[in-house]
Design a protein around this ligand. Structure first.
Ligand code: NAD
Length: 282
């Protein structure tokens, strides 16, 4: 690895992202000249479909790597020269390295959720897990849970067709696991017998306050993970603590996607605790 790095974040509305600060502080701690800049497609008046051109420009302008976020994680794939198998399975890429072999895609959302989960809820039972929210982030979480050894995953979404489609894809990728889809009104039947629940809808963010499902369904044998991280302490996590549940906040995934990306970009081992402490002060 060279000691100077130029990294970007391509997406729409990426201005407020905390990821640049996380990467640059960790770079400084390793004595690197590490510059991480946002490339906001909205501010540049570029349609998301032009992500391939942006990738080419970034490479020509000397970037070593880019993170890619909403709404380009799928769109970017056709512009890559190679893709890591985990990202290929998922059909979503959030990290692109510019190497001698060309643009190589990875997905550190899914590895980041897995590492954050192992860190924050070690020994959590994964026999039956309920995932609430089957969007892009929820799908990355689902794959991570199944790689971690979840044997039965139930996918719930307001859009039941979407939950079913995601469950079918997951079965294809993880044939040994039981994956099914269900609707919100079945949570009262599912949660009493589950080991844990992961929340992956936007509910609980400042713009979408509240809890996605009835918190009265939480019980002390359940672990509860929220991937919303703005705020870190959501109404769901407060209700889960009150019910006696073990909890995991969305900061673990947010930090570990950056930890894993930093490792891929630099070839160095970042200090995950240091990055987490820094993130939680931002
Ligand atoms: P998305 O829009 O792709 O998917 C959201 C899904 O939730 C959709 O399928 C939608 O039908 C469902 N949904 C929406 N409102 C709902 C409600 N009230 N009840 C039930 N289901 C509902 O979004 P996404 O990209 O998957 O992101 C979801 C959230 O995950 C984001 O808002 C963000 O807070 C969080 N996120 C966290 C991290 C992290 O690193 N911690 C990373 C990515 C996303």
């Amino acid at each position: 690895p060279t000691s100077s790095h130029l990294v970007g974040l391509i997406g729409t509305g990426v201005g407020p992202s905390l990821t640049p600060a996380m990467h640059m502080a960790e770079g400084r701690a390793h004595g690197l000249d590490y510059v991480y800049r946002t490339i906001d497609l909205a501010r540049l008046s570029l349609a998301p479909e032009r992500v391939g051109e942006v990738l080419t420009w970034a490479r020509m302008l000397g970037f070593d790597a880019v993170n890619v976020t909403h709404p380009c994680k799928q769109l970017v794939i056709e512009h890559l020269d190679a893709i890591d198998p985990v990202a290929a399975d998922l059909g979503a890429v959030n990290t692109v390295l510019f190497t001698e072999a060309g643009a190589v895609g990875h997905n550190t959302d899914t590895t980041g959720f897995a590492h954050g989960f192992t860190e924050g809820l070690p020994d959590a039972r994964l026999d039956h897990v309920v995932l609430v929210g089957a969007g892009g982030a929820g799908t990355a979480v689902a794959d991570a849970l199944l790689r971690l050894g979840c044997t039965h995953l139930t996918v719930v979404d307001l859009d039941v067709d979407r939950a079913s489609a995601v469950a079918r894809e997951l079965v294809g990728r993880h044939p040994l696991a039981q994956v099914d889809a269900s609707s919100f009104d079945k949570l009262s039947i599912l949660l009493p017998h589950s080991d844990g629940v992961v929340h992956a809808t936007p509910t609980g963010m400042a713009a979408h306050p509240g809890v996605a499902f009835d918190p009265a369904l939480l019980h002390s044998d359940l672990w509860v993970a929220d991937i919303v991280y703005r705020p870190l302490d959501t109404a769901l996590l407060a209700a889960a603590r009150a019910a006696g549940c073990r909890t995991l906040d969305g900061g673990h995934m947010a930090v570990h996607q950056a930890v894993d990306a930093f490792a891929l970009i630099t070839g160095l081992t970042p200090d995950a605790d240091r990055m987490s402490q820094h993130f939680r002060r931002l």
